[in-house]
Every structure is written in structure tokens, then in C-alpha cells.
Design a protein around this ligand. Structure first.
Ligand code: P6P
Length: 334
């Protein structure tokens, strides 16, 4: 059977009435931007873009040169097409409307341009995460508050993982599909339709160095995982932690697992490390579309009503039956 490119896949989705022409164009533009980011990332030390940019982002984190470059690539790629009204990014304090010299479209695009960028300098997989919302009716000059929509309002979500191969994983609300970048052709080629996360798993992803700061329900759950077959769960577990959400989530999407970044007592005022709007929400839409589950320990992540553009949230996502166990332990502790 002939290969199906991302372009053909999107045209067929449009023909089937799953997406409109402007959402198709938006996704094509984001995919092209990810190809440019993949090219820059893969040059490594030869590209002169490793190391710190010498600036901090709104999160107070030191920006890598590639964080800034990736953000610029996504902004420039999206500004002239007429499909977007505004963008928001982990790397920008506030959202940014499409310049008035270009027509504005009906969508809002949010992204973490280079998630896991602390791994860049040690040559470990990183990725781009993106989320698409509708611009509210009648809003001609979108502001931050126009982005504050729950994850259930997303019309598309995806990520590109820059690993041994560059893969774009996408959902427009009809399943999760994976495309692998063919560098010779410069095209994303469909390599997996309808990815499904196994409901059970023996693999968990968490940064164990924070264990002493966790709240009791998390201590209880992690204790059972570590007890393995000698304990309540009656089976041994394995652990993976790449410290690159895109890489960990892609592994879970491919073979199951549970990804956890809980709130902890190290900084009680912080609701977690990961950001709701452009990390947890897009990943939660993808995970749910693949048959998995995603909560903040108490509530379905996609149901959370955002109050701030860069708000953080605790994340438990992946194999449905594991997410249900750890969420039950949190709810029982209320
Ligand atoms: P820690 C990367 O900085 C990130 O936002 C996610 O991609 C990743 O899962 C997490 O933080 C890693 O956090 O505390 O283990 O470095």
C-alpha cells in the first residue's frame, strides 16, 4: 500500500468532515515548523545553538538557545497564514496576537516549543507540545483570558518528539495517529493509526528524588509500586524517567505506563511542576483519545477550568487502571 503522508491524512480527515480547511492548514504549518526545529536540534554542537541563551522565561527557568529559536520558528511559521488569531507559549510572558498586517483566523495555538530542553546539552530526546483552541466568537484582539478554556475545548493536540527518529503524534478528536519524519522526502509519513494505551502496566515514570516531599496518598501509592510482588500489588514494577515529558509520554502511548508529577510539600503553594495549558491539557487529550486517563489526583485534567495562562497542575496520566488506583488513593485522603 502506498505511504500516507500527513498532508494526505489531513485532506482525508477534512473530506470526512473531521476538520475544516483552516485547521488542516494550521496543523500543516505546525508540522513544518517542527521539521525546522528537528533540523536545528539534530545539528547538536555543530549548529552553534547549544547552551544557555542567558535569559530566563516567565517560569523563572534559564532558557536554552534552542528554546528561544524553537519559539521563534513556531511564531514566524504561524503569523502569515490567516488561520490563527493568537499564540501563547511557555517561553512568553503573555499571549501574542497575529500582527495586524496579516489576516486573523479562528484558532488559538498554545505550545511548549522545546519541552525537556535541559536534556538538549546531553543529547537526550526533547519535544514540541501543542494545543489548539477556538478563538471565542466576536473576539478580534485575543488576550490571555481568551485562552483560559478547559482542556475539553481543545479541537486538536499533538507533540513532536525529537528522538532517534522524529515523530509527530496528533489527535483531532478521532483517535491518536503517529507520523515519522522521512528526512529524504522531508515528509511526515503515517506509521501508526489509532494508538491505544494498555489499560494495565508494570512501568511507572516519576522523579523519585522528590519522594520525601510527597503527600501521604502519593507515598502510599509509590510504596506499593516499590514493594512489587512482595506487597499488595502482587507484581513487580519497572521505572523509567527521562525528565522529558514528551519522551516519557510517547513511551507510555507506545507500550503503556503511568507518568506522575505530583504536588509536593517542597513548595506547598505550587500546584505541581507541569503547566496546564500547553503540557498537561494537550497530553491529556492525546492520552484519553488513546484509551488512557489523566487526572490531577482528584479531577479529570481536561475538566479543569484554567485561571492563569501559565498555571501549574499535578499530573497522573497513562494506563487507565493505574491512574484510577492512584486517583482513588488521593480522593480517599480528602
Ligand atoms: P524534573 C522538563 O523540564 C519538564 O517540564 C518535563 O518535560 C519533565 O517531565 C519534567 O519537567 C522533569 O522534571 O523535576 O524531573 O527535572
Amino acid at each position: 500500500m502506498s505511504q500516507v503522508s500527513l498532508s494526505r491524512f489531513l485532506i482525508e480527515a477534512q473530506r470526512a468532515g473531521e476538520i475544516g480547511a483552516d485547521l488542516r492548514q494550521l496543523i500543516e504549518v505546525v508540522a513544518r515548523a517542527c521539521k525546522s526545529i528537528s533540523h536545528a536540534v539534530s545539528k547538536g554542537a555543530l549548529g552553534g545553538v547549544l547552551g544557555d541563551a542567558g535569559t530566563d522565561n516567565v517560569q523563572g527557568e534559564a532558557q536554552k538557545k534552542l528554546d528561544v529559536l524553537s519559539n521563534e520558528i513556531l511564531l514566524e511559521a504561524n503569523e502569515w497564514g490567516g488561520h490563527l488569531a493568537a499564540c501563547a507559549s511557555e517561553e512568553m510572558d503573555h499571549s501574542q496576537a497575529i500582527p495586524n498586517r496579516y489576516p486573523k483566523g479562528h484558532y488559538l495555538l498554545l505550545f511548549d516549543p522545546l519541552d525537556g530542553s535541559s536534556n538538549i546539552d546531553v543529547n537526550i530526546s526533547v519535544g514540541t507540545i501543542f494545543s489548539v483552541l477556538r478563538c471565542p466568537e466576536g473576539v478580534t484582539d485575543p488576550q490571555d483570558q481568551d485562552f483560559l478554556q478547559p482542556g475539553t475545548a481543545q479541537v486538536a493536540a499533538g507533540y513532536t518528539v525529537y528522538g532517534p527518529s522524529t515523530m509527530l503524534v496528533l489527535t483531532v478528536g478521532n483517535g491518536v495517529h503517529a507520523f515519522t519524519l522521512d528526512r529524504e522526502q522531508g515528509s511526515f509519513i503515517l506509521t501508526q493509526r489509532n494508538m491505544q494505551i494498555p489499560a494495565d502496566t508494570k512501568e511507572f515514570a516519576i522523579n523519585m528524588s522528590n519522594q520525601r516531599h510527597w503527600y501521604p496518598p502519593m507515598q502510599r501509592y509509590a510504596g506499593e509500586l516499590l514493594a512489587g510482588k512482595t506487597g499488595l500489588r502482587g507484581k513487580d514494577f519497572n521505572m523509567r524517567w527521562v525528565a522529558s515529558m514528551v519522551a516519557d509520554v510517547h513511551r507510555i502511548l507506545t507500550r503503556g505506563g503511568i507518568f506522575i508529577y505530583p504536588r509536593d510539600q517542597k513548595d506547598p503553594g505550587k500546584m505541581g511542576k507541569l503547566r496546564l495549558m500547553y503540557e498537561a491539557n494537550p497530553m491529556s487529550m492525546i492520552v484519553e483519545q488513546a484509551g488512557g486517563a489523566a487526572t490531577d489526583g482528584y479531577t479529570r485534567i481536561l475538566d479543569i477550568q484554567p485561571t492563569q495562562l501559565h498555571q501549574r497542575v499535578a499530573v497522573f496520566l497513562g494506563s487507565r487502571n493505574e491512574v484510577e488506583v492512584v486517583t482513588r488513593y488521593h480522593r480517599e485522603s480528602m
